[in-house]
Design a protein around this ligand. Sequence first.
Ligand SMILES: C[C@@]1(CC(=O)O)c2cc3[nH]c(cc4nc(cc5[nH]c(cc(n2)[C@H]1CCC(=O)O)[C@@](C)(CC(=O)O)[C@@H]5CCC(=O)O)C(CC(=O)O)=C4CCC(=O)O)c(CCC(=O)O)c3CC(=O)O
Ligand SMILES: NC(=O)C1=CN([C@@H]2O[C@H](COP(=O)(O)OP(=O)(O)OC[C@H]3O[C@@H](n4cnc5c(N)ncnc54)[C@H](O)[C@@H]3O)[C@@H](O)[C@H]2O)C=CC1
Length: 228
Amino acid sequence: MIPLYHDLSEETVLVVGGGAVGRRKALNFVEEARVVVVSPAFDDRLIEAATGNDGSGGDDAPPSIELVRAAPDAESVSEWIDRVAPALVVASTDDRAVNAAAEATALDSGLLVNRTDVSGGRDPGSVVVPATVADDPVRVAVSTGGQSPALSKALRERISAEIEGAGAMAELTGELREELSTAGVAPEIRREAIRQVVRSEGVWKGLQKGRSKARTEANNVIEEVVDR
Ligand SMILES: C[C@@]1(CC(=O)O)c2cc3[nH]c(cc4nc(cc5[nH]c(cc(n2)[C@H]1CCC(=O)O)[C@@](C)(CC(=O)O)[C@@H]5CCC(=O)O)C(CC(=O)O)=C4CCC(=O)O)c(CCC(=O)O)c3CC(=O)O
Ligand SMILES: NC(=O)C1=CN([C@@H]2O[C@H](COP(=O)(O)OP(=O)(O)OC[C@H]3O[C@@H](n4cnc5c(N)ncnc54)[C@H](O)[C@@H]3O)[C@@H](O)[C@H]2O)C=CC1
């Protein structure tokens, strides 16, 4: 399996099954997408997350979770997919037949599907959700190819400390590469300078002390490369 990052802003994710797993997926996807959960019963924390967030806040409203109380069977789950028009369907009921029908309909309609009750052996379009750790805009995703989700979670917890400050480093070097480009620095020198900045202990330490300290450190690194 090859990891790809998918922009789901402005999209809808349909979660079929609102138990503990459906709740985890809904809370993950609502960071970016509108989420609709269809289920006869809902996890308490899912109800909490959806409360006061009815999705009717107009175009500028942040993404929301909408709960719809219904128990579609394997035949009628396709009606929900048609009605909600999602980009991704999460099949997270404890009923294998309903999950299988949701998967088949999604794939027939050219939609992405996340089947939560199976691992391995996937058709194109059937995606797994990795464990994710973020220091925005940096995001690290871990998958074990479905073999050991608990290991994905444990590794995610370890990596969390490892990427501290990476978001600020991404922003700083994003600016620097634009500046070097605008200043007309030759591409190979520019690339070398940026490669050195992201590996510089001084810049990483500088970021902990504040933006201007990091900038000074980065400028020193860049000058050395440019003057070489
Ligand atoms: C294939 C996949 C499909 C998908 O859901 O996308 C899948 C499938 C299954 N998970 C199962 C069990 C558990 N899943 C977790 C946790 C997570 N599961 C996630 C992803 C994935 N799970 C995909 C593969 C990812 C990969 O490649 O590694 C994470 C990473 C992301 C997320 O879901 O948000 C999230 C951690 C989030 C975080 O904290 O970072 C825990 C741990 C816990 O709950 O503490 C357990 C119990 C321990 C165990 O069993 O390992 C079962 C058996 C169910 C049963 O026994 O009935 C199946 C079905 C099967 O294996 O057949
Ligand atoms: N992918 C993952 O990370 C994990 C997957 N699982 C699997 O995911 C599935 C769900 O697990 P849990 O959330 O722990 O179970 P759960 O029993 O807490 O939740 C199942 C939910 O599905 C709802 N439901 C039942 N029939 C439905 C229907 N016809 N239409 C819509 N909703 C329906 C129930 O009301 C309940 O809210 C299980 O099959 C389990 O094997 C379990 C743990 C982790």
